[in-house]
Every structure is written in structure tokens, then in C-alpha cells.
Design a protein around this ligand. Structure first.
Ligand code: NAD
Length: 445
């Protein structure tokens, strides 16, 4: 099949490379000429395990191509995916301007029938809006070309995006047209090999499914963080409580890890967008509002522990903190809405010096946070500990899970660790001679 993908970010590029890997010809379109140049040169501008190799192989074998021209990209394609960003607008709603701009240009430039697929995460009703915009532009040109708009939300997670796309739990196709559903079913055939993995439903249900899924996952995270905060106050250990509740098959172990709150480009904005959609329709989404509130507070919990500790020692100003992990989670260079940013802001604002290290997100952090006073982005995991007054761990990268504690103890001025991800066992930290503060567990002092 000939496919066009508009927007070559985490979702667009992964989808494009995976469709190409299955033998389809995929034209990728992006407005950013630097991104297109990089991809044409065989390099990938984002960090995603396995992606660069997949992109290179399919480009070399002629199934994957890149352009800044939508007209050129969609000329031979029956299916056009919209995978551009849908960031949060200042008022918490979903900013649809990129999606609408693409829809408008499709209407202006299409010369043959198209199935237009909304893969970006968009509020319920957006497919209707995209349909109306394309029809309006065709009308303006006096062109009578058939098209359909389908919703196909994406569920991949950064850090394991290729694996998720190749082996999805399900593929959601929201369509009122049998033909469009069949075409999408054929395109996804090699991925959703068992029949029940392809779930065809109404367009609005498909749009809603994406928000329901992300809000459910965000709810699990805020729930366990709230339990952790209560555990701390009553002297319980949230890790033991997690094991206790996760063993109940109705609850399960996944997504109930306590920490510094969820970040990234999806959960925070999607939770806010659903609150806003509900409100637009006269409904106060109280539970989802609380999920957001708990998360916003949780992003400050680690910094508050650090501030409280140093205030007892004469204040935080002038102290140096070594911070491991800037990305919003492991295996990605994405720092959008990362909890580390809040920790850094809270502490540097009080005059603490923060040296931050991340295995892959350092360059992005330099671009986004380089202007902050009292912040230094470091290049080495251990060198940056030299002379620091404490270590804080904020992202759950594997290389932080079993570090060289002897080296850490030697390099820090005092053996003191604040763990925002509960990567270490309090008993072991005590044996290793550290003062140790984590989330929802009794501190080791
Ligand atoms: P991204 O910011 O990484 O990439 C978006 C790309 O679109 C950029 O390269 C940008 O230059 C390009 N673009 C913007 N306007 C364009 C236009 N008019 N024409 C062509 N290209 C244009 O975004 P992302 O993280 O891949 O997310 C895309 C969508 O998928 C969002 O709606 C997001 O919520 C959703 N989503 C993201 C993830 C994720 O893990 N990142 C997972 C599921 C769903």
C-alpha cells in the first residue's frame, strides 16, 4: 500500500518505519526542514531504541522517503495519516492548530481520493472538524474528490515505541465506513494478527478510547502516589503495600509504582484535555481533576524532602545537588513535562546548585533549560558527584538501578541519597552507610 505520514515525531516516524518494514511504501512529510534533512541523511532526530536501524534499512531499500512537501508526499497515497503534535493550549484545552493546518492543506492539495486518518490524540469531535475543513477547501476549489476521515489513536509508549507498534495490545479503528475500516484492517493486518486485536468502533468512541486509556493509567499513578504519601505519614512501606494489593488479580502490579509523578508529552496534557472536554459538555470530571491535582503536587515531593533536610542543616542556598535523570522516564530523550524540571526549578530558585546528568537527554536539557541560573548539565554519571552534598535520582534508567555505591560515597561530601523512584532498598542503603529518603517509605537517617 502507498501511505503518507504527516508529522515525523515519535508517533509518525515509528508508524512510518514499521509500516515500511511490512513492505508498504511510505512517504513522510514534516514542516521542519532540519528534521527532513536529518532523516534523508540516514540519521534519526529523536532517541527511540531500534528506530534508527529500521529507518535506515527501509530508506535504503526504497520504501521510506522524506519530504517537506505535503503535495508530493500524498500524491500517490490512498491513506494519509495525521501524526502532528496536539500540545496543551494555555487554557488546558487541546491545541488543534497543527491538525487543522494539515487538514486544510490536504483539502487544498489532494488530487485523488484519500482516507485521512487522525492518529494524533485529539478530542472527541475532531474527525468531524477535519472532515468539515477538507470539504470546505475542496468546495473552495470546486473539486469533487471522495475522501473519508477515520480515527486511529496510537497507544505506543516512548522508550519501547517500535516494540509496541509491532506488537500492539490492540489497534483501534474508528470509522463509519466499511471500506475505510477494511483498508485500515489490511494495513494493520501484519501487526494485529489475531482478529480480536483489531477493534473497529464508531469514530467518537475511538477518539474517547485514547483519553480513557491515558486517564486510567494516570489515575493508577496518582492513586499509588497518594497511598505512598499516606504511608509516609503513618509509618507504612508503600513497596510492601504495592506487593499486597498487586497480587489481587483485579488490581494487578502494573502502573502502581510510586514516584515523582507522571510527565511526558501525553498524560499531563491528555488528562487536562479530557477535563476540559467534559466541562465543555457541562460535566465536572471530579475524579480526573483530582488525578491532575495529585500529580501536580507529587512533582514537588522530592524537592520538598531535599529542602526540609537542608533547612535543618542551615539552608539549601549554596549547597550542591547531583541529580540523575532528566528525561520524563527511562529510554527516551523526551523531557516534556518531566518531573526533573520541577525538581530543578524548585531547588535552583532557592539558590541550590544543581548538576544534572541524563544518559541521553542532556543535549535537549541544555537547549530547554540552559538559561536557568544555578544549573549545570553534566556529561558523566560519576564525575558530577565530586563535591556534591547529596544525590537525587529522578528517572528510572537501568544504569541507575545498581550503581557503584562505594564511588558515590567517596565522591559526595556526605553519604546522602534522595530517591524519587524507589530504585534502592532502604535496608541496603542503611548497610552501605547512606542517609536515604525515598517515596512512601520510612527514611534511613
Ligand atoms: P512530536 O512533537 O514528536 O512530532 C510532531 C511532528 O509534527 C514534528 O516533527 C513537527 O515538525 C511536525 N509537524 C507539525 N506541524 C506539521 C505540519 N503542518 N505538517 C507536517 N508536519 C508537521 O509529536 P509526537 O510525540 O509524535 O505526538 C504526535 C501525536 O501523537 C500527539 O497528538 C500525541 O499526543 C500523540 N501520541 C504521542 C505519543 C508519544 O508517546 N509521543 C503516544 C501516543 C500518541
Amino acid at each position: 500500500m502507498n501511505v503518507c505520514i504527516v508529522g515525523t515525531g515519535y508517533v509518525g516516524l515509528v508508524s512510518a518505519a514499521c509500516f515500511a518494514e511490512m513492505g508498504n511504501r511510505v512517504a513522510c512529510v514534516d514542516v521542519n526542514p532540519r528534521v527532513v534533512e536529518t532523516l534523508k541523511g540516514g540519521k534519526v532526530h529523536i532517541y527511540e531504541p531500534g528506530l534508527e536501524e529500521l529507518v535506515r534499512r527501509n530508506t535504503e531499500q526504497g520504501r521510506l522517503d522524506f519530504t517537506t512537501s505535503l503535495e508530493e508526499g500524498m500524491a500517490d497515497s490512498e491513506v494519509v495519516f495525521i501524526t502532528v503534535g496536539t500540545p496543551q493550549a494555555a487554557d488546558g484545552t487541546c491545541d488543534l492548530s497543527y491538525v487543522e493546518a494539515v487538514a486544510r492543506e490536504i483539502g487544498q492539495r489532494m488530487t485523488s481520493p484519500k482516507i485521512v486518518v487522525d492518529k494524533s490524540t485529539v478530542p472527541v469531535g475532531t474527525a468531524d472538524r477535519v472532515r468539515a475543513i477538507i470539504a470546505e477547501e475542496l468546495g473552495r476549489r470546486g473539486a469533487d474528490i471522495a475522501f473519508d476521515v477515520v480515527s486511529n489513536p496510537e497507544f505506543l509508549k516512548e522508550g519501547d515505541a517500535v516494540g509496541d507498534f509491532m506488537k500492539p495490545d490492540r489497534v483501534i479503528v474508528g470509522s463509519d465506513s466499511e471500506h475505510s475500516a477494511k483498508v485500515l484492517g489490511a494495513l494493520y493486518g501484519p501487526f494485529a494478527r489475531s482478529r480480536d486485536k483489531l477493534v473497529v468502533m464508531g469514530v467518537r468512541s475511538a477518539e474517547m478510547t485514547k483519553y480513557a486509556a491515558n486517564c486510567m493509567l494516570a489515575t493508577k499513578i496518582s492513586f499509588i502516589n497518594e497511598i505512598a504519601n499516606i504511608c509516609e505519614r503513618v509509618g507504612a512501606n508503600v513497596s510492601e503495600v504495592r506487593a499486597g494489593i498487586g497480587s489481587d488479580s483485579r488490581i494487578g502490579y502494573s502502573f502502581i509504582y510510586p514516584g515523582v509523578g507522571y510527565g511526558g508529552s501525553c498524560f499531563p496534557k491528555d488528562v487536562k484535555a479530557l477535563i476540559s472536554t467534559a466541562s465543555d459538555h457541562g460535566y465536572d470530571a471530579r475524579l480526573i481533576r483530582s488525578v491532575d491535582e495529585v500529580n501536580n503536587a507529587q512533582k514537588h515531593v522530592l524537592a520538598d524532602k531535599i529542602i526540609a533536610y537542608f533547612n535543618e542543616q542551615g539552608g539549601v542556598a549554596g549547597r550542591t545537588l547531583a541529580l540523575w535523570g532528566i528525561a520524563f522516564k527511562a529510554n527516551t530523550d523526551d523531557i516534556r513535562e518531566a518531573s526533573a524540571i520541577e525538581v530543578i526549578r524548585d531547588l535552583t530558585a532557592l539558590g541550590m546548585k544543581v548538576r544534572a546528568f541524563d544518559p541521553v537527554a542532556g543535549d535537549r536539557a541544555r537547549e530547554e533549560l540552559g538559561h536557568l541560573a544555578n544549573l549545570e548539565i553534566a556529561d558523566s554519571q560519576y564525575g558530577m558527584l565530586d563535591g556534591a552534598d547529596a544525590l537525587a535520582v529522578v528517572t528510572d534508567w537501568n544504569q541507575f538501578r545498581d550503581p557503584d555505591f562505594d564511588r558515590i560515597r567517596t565522591l559526595l561530601t556526605v553519604p546522602l541519597v534522595f530517591d524519587g523512584r524507589n530504585l534502592y532498598q532502604p535496608e541496603r542503603m542503611g548497610r552501605e552507610g547512606f542517609a536515604y529518603f525515598s517515596i512512601g517509605r520510612v527514611p534511613v537517617k
